[in-house]
Design a protein around this ligand. Structure first.
Ligand SMILES: [Zn+2]
Length: 389
């Protein structure tokens, strides 16, 4: 008997354990089913909604009566290819975008749902550059070069469904602005004398002598290869040491393809070299960084020149008064031109490019008379310290 009873006891125990586990499982399943059968209480577009059934976004929509309208399928040019074939609806659950109507919802969820947006047809896209250009403002003779020339990008898209081609600007170009300004010198009787095309041997020395005699400061727009001959370096050194401003007027005055007068006739590389070599010739003498104030040969500063050399300079300096000394009309005629200057005016003269003895005589006549009227003579850098507009 004992032998026969032995195996029965564990079996009975196992049966009762299984029954217990089954009961617990049944209770758990019952609770889960009961909880699942409860509606989810959500907020949809600000209103409370009870969601039954599978408690999905679709169920919530049915329960709320909200009927989002689908967006349209658009061609690459924005025209409607097929109405209602865009995004079916636009929805978020607790701030997260959802796209499926069978998205499960739980009590406390906050749902925002509205009309669907447009969808653009699939397309092929080719990106090309939008070249930067030169924009101009104002009409003063000080030509400030501002900004950085940088190409933009445009995409040309061809719709795979429509075959339509459309352009889209992805990045606007960054243009250089040539701001043509004048200084507002107020009541200051200041004049900026400028001398081009030197150094020119002792002629430049004589100009420096007259300026020194009258305590006048001036700006020399030098030609680089002139600095490298006829003791040009010594005159540059002297001008700097006496407080004048030395800038470049190009390396060889647009010789060769520039026909001696217009950088615009030269290749972009040649134009840049005229400025860079012109500045380097000054730096070789002074050992200091050369000014980025420039005067272009012949005053020819067209958009193509601005485009090529604009990034290398801060300003191109024109003039209000052409003394016409290069015509050699006689010292009195030149002096009369210089004396026509007004406060803030920039006067064009030459210490190089030929015989300038009339210019030197004219300076000797005009400077004391202008001084008697209360004028003083300043560099371009000093003139640029005044408000510019
Ligand atoms: Zn010149």
């Amino acid at each position: 008997m004992r032998i026969a009873q032995k195996p029965e006891r564990p079996r009975r125990r196992l049966a009762s354990v299984l029954a217990g586990v089954g009961l617990v499982a049944a209770v758990i399943i019952g609770v889960v089913l009961f909880v699942q059968s409860l509606p989810a209480n959500i907020t949809l577009n600000g209103a409370s909604v009870e969601v039954h059934g599978g408690k999905t976004l679709g169920d919530a929509l049915s329960a709320s009566g909200v009927k989002p309208q689908p967006g349209d399928l658009l061609a690459v040019d924005g025209s409607v290819l097929e109405a209602g074939k865009g995004e079916p609806f636009h929805a978020t659950v607790n701030g997260e975008k959802v796209t499926e109507l069978d998205t499960k919802l739980g009590s406390g969820d906050v749902v925002e749902i509205g009309d669907g947006g447009p969808i653009e047809e699939p397309s092929d896209s080719v990106e090309t550059a939008i070249p930067w250009t030169v924009a101009q403002e104002g009409n003063g003779v000080i030509h400030l070069v501002e900004g950085e020339g940088k190409d933009g990008v445009k995409a040309t898209k061809t719709g795979k469904t429509s075959g339509i081609t459309a352009e889209q600007v992805k990045q606007e170009p960054s243009n250089i602005v040539r701001r043509n300004v004048s200084p507002d010198v107020g009541d200051d009787k200041v004049i900026a004398l400028t001398f081009d095309d030197g150094p020119w041997g002792d002629q430049t020395g004589q100009v420096l002598d007259v300026l020194a005699e009258h305590g006048a400061k001036a700006t020399f727009f030098t030609v680089g290869n002139r600095i490298e001959q006829d003791n040009g370096d010594a005159f540059v050194k002297r001008a700097v040491s006496e407080g004048h401003q030395v800038c470049t007027h190009s390396y060889d005055h647009a010789a060769g393809s520039g026909q001696g007068v217009n950088l615009g006739f030269m290749s972009p590389e040649e134009q840049k070299a005229e400025v860079e070599k012109g500045r380097a010739a000054i730096e070789a003498v002074t050992g200091a960084e050369a000014s980025r104030i420039f005067r272009t040969p012949g005053g020819n500063f067209g958009d193509d020149v601005v485009k090529n050399i604009g990034p290398l300079i801060k300003a191109e300096i024109g003039w209000n008064i052409d003394s016409s000394d290069w015509r050699r009309p006689g010292a009195d005629a030149i002096a009369k031109q210089i004396e026509d200057a007004w406060p803030g005016a920039i006067v064009l003269m030459h210490d190089g490019g030929g015989d300038r003895s009339q210019t030197i005589e004219a300076l000797k006549k005009a400077l004391p008379r202008l001084k008697d009227q209360g004028y003083r003579f300043i560099t371009i850098d000093e003139l640029l310290q005044y408000p510019l507009s």
